[in-house]
Write a protein that binds this ligand. Sequence first.
Ligand code: SAM
Length: 277
Amino acid sequence: MLPDIDAVTRDDLMRLIMRYRLKPIKRLSQHFVVDPTVIRDIINHVPNGSKVLEVGTGIGVLTYYLAKVASQVITIEIDGKLMRIAEQVLRGLNNVSLIQGDALRIPWPSVDVLVSNVPYSITSPLIMRIIREGVPMALLTIQREVANRLVSGPGNDDYGRLSIITQCNYSISVLNTYTPDSFYPSPEVYSSLVMMTKKEPCYGDMKVLESTTNILFRHRNRVLRWVLNKYLGPDAVSAVVNAGVDVNTRVRQLGIDELIKIADSLRPFIGSIANHN
Ligand code: SAM
């Protein structure tokens, strides 16, 4: 049994990790939370009584505190060894279900909130799946660089496909940023906690928008005309001009409204777009 969330210390969490003599697997991004602030920040944003899906149980520390505020926690861990430790840490909590598997592959239950101290090796595919599944809310601790990408706008160095597709479907806020020693073993980078809240999508056909951004952002510093011509030919350039978009704009400068116009005018070319994805 762990101390109360208001009382738990870094030493408590380190001691628990040491007790199990863990040999963290780098490939699975096994960095365990030892800074109670990370846990408190997450817990404070999980609505009381909600149904939570957690990705990456680890030894179950975050899961333990989630179970105190959620009505139900379903948690997925790929590593069977960690799962068995988590079973011990979580013993006696009757609102937690543990599932061993790859969170990118197995079906997800429908939940109110997805929570994860994200294994950094799967950050982008996990975010894309959250969007495709239409999860109402997500609280994710991710690399600070990726958090910057999620919130950045046109012209910014971090602006790209992930920013556009995420911002089209979710309101995003960065709640806090943590030093590497908030996790054990420390990752090489700072981490940020982001909250994603589902909103009305900016565009009805996400596949077309994804295909469009996939092509355009291969050459983010080129002008639109050049990229369209290279991959889709002069007719696509004309279609985009007719939609009122300035094809001399550099790809990285295109805002979401312009990208929607472009995606719409490229619909007839979608077959050839799909072949490039
Ligand atoms: N939640 C724990 C914590 O906060 O201490 C662990 C976080 S650690 C950054 C990420 C966890 O995700 C590891 O336990 C790792 O084994 C697990 N993991 C990695 N890839 C996974 C995947 N594809 N599906 C499910 N779990 C995965």
